[in-house]
Design a protein around this ligand. Structure first.
Ligand code: UFG
Length: 340
């Protein structure tokens, strides 16, 4: 494997993965249409890695343009497919937009891969495909039972890839991420949501004085302190799981491999907020609110399979996740907005 095409490479997880790929000696081609991203992280990741990527501003639904990228780039050994819409609430309100963008966009990509004889893909899936799991930590063979349109698009794309792998002899790795947080250690790239839907970016903005308080969505769950428990994973660890997946696909003939990517340790909302207070030294006001519809009590990964078969395990703990998130937030309070 030499040349890797990354869709959504300007996004949060994509940009961190591109740095790790460049650092591991791969050539990187990015396809991104800036739906939920900007060019700035691409410039910064090139600077951090001391290497250039080949960038193409293309929407996956524009099949002709996408095909031209594959033709122009020559031999692409594998694709890492991140580009997708990802807000659960928005997907409930606008399912057609989610199905069109995530499913039709992926279908166009996979057809272009087929037409250009590219047979390896690492797919950005999510623990969301497990829905409300019967037991935690969750193993990969747990029932797939997504509970919202976003989650359905992820499980449908998994199915499309499994069928395609079977029919066309592709090597496919489905990575089911738990809750990605944190930022690059330099503080130069990180998560940059305009309005944060997820816990940690929200807490960061409260610590930075941008928002007044965090609402805790329910404190009456059956968990250690009544608040929701999740398996938070440092985005750099997650990025490295993609590099390990590319290595795993090298010489792997055909078939689909599925791995959970998490630390195996769960933290409650209260624990996250408390650690953020300690790391930042800031007041973080919390207000207890009602449960958020669709939320579950607890979700943690059994990542034994990724440890064994990918040779991957999480290196960073909670402290590093929150320190890096706070470094990025304090260095760039407005994210990439206003960057030259
Ligand atoms: N939470 C709050 N207040 C907030 C935001 C979140 O109390 O302002 C709580 C939630 O109730 C939950 C925990 O913090 O208990 C984590 O919530 P996030 O929104 O950060 O993450 P989720 O676990 O809900 O969702 C994430 C991803 C989804 C993915 C899912 C898979 O955002 O894309 O994990 O489990 F599908």
């Amino acid at each position: 494997m030499k040349k890797i095409l990354v869709t959504g490479g300007a996004g949060y997880i994509g940009s961190h993965t591109c740095i790790e790929l460049l650092n591991s000696g791969y050539e990187v081609v990015i396809v991104d249409d800036f739906t939920n991203s900007v060019m700035e992280p691409v410039k910064r990741l090139e600077k951090l890695a001391g290497k250039k990527v080949s960038f193409h501003e293309v929407n996956l639904l524009d099949k002709e343009a996408l095909d031209a990228v594959f033709k122009k780039e020559g031999k692409i050994d594998a694709v890492i497919h991140f580009a997708a819409l990802k807000a659960v609430g928005e997907s409930v309100a606008q399912p057609l937009m989610y199905y069109k963008n995530n499913i039709s966009g992926s279908l166009a990509l996979f057809e272009v891969m087929r037409d250009n004889d590219v047979k390896n893909v690492v797919f950005s899936s999510s623990a969301t495909v497990y829905g409300d799991p019967e037991e935690t930590p969750i193993k990969e063979d747990a029932t797939v039972h997504a509970t919202n349109p976003y989650g359905h698009t992820k499980s449908m794309m998994e199915q499309i890839l499994m069928d395609t792998s079977h029919a066309l002899g592709w090597g496919v790795i489905l990575l089911r991420y738990f809750n990605p947080v944190g930022a690059h250690e330099s503080g130069e790239i990180g998560e940059d949501p305009e309005y944060p839907n997820n816990l940690l970016p929200f807490v960061s903005q409260v610590a930075a004085g941008i928002r007044e308080h965090v609402t805790i969505f329910g404190d009456d769950y059956d968990t250690i302190d009544g608040t929701g428990v999740r398996d938070y994973i440092h985005v750099v660890d997650l990025a490295r799981a993609h590099v390990k997946s590319i290595e795993r696909l090298t010489g792997f003939d055909k078939g689909t491999l599925i791995y959970n990517i998490g630390t195996g340790t769960g933290y409650s909302v209260q624990q996250m907020v408390e650690t953020f207070r300690q790391v930042s030294g800031k007041e973080i006001k919390v207000v207890i609110g009602p449960r958020r519809p669709g939320d579950i009590a607890e979700c943690t990964a059994d990542a034994t399979l990724a440890n064994k078969e990918l040779g991957w395990s999480a290196e960073y703990g909670l402290q590093e996740m929150i320190e890096s998130a706070w470094k990025w937030q304090s260095k760039y309070p407005n994210g990439y907005r206003g960057a030259k």
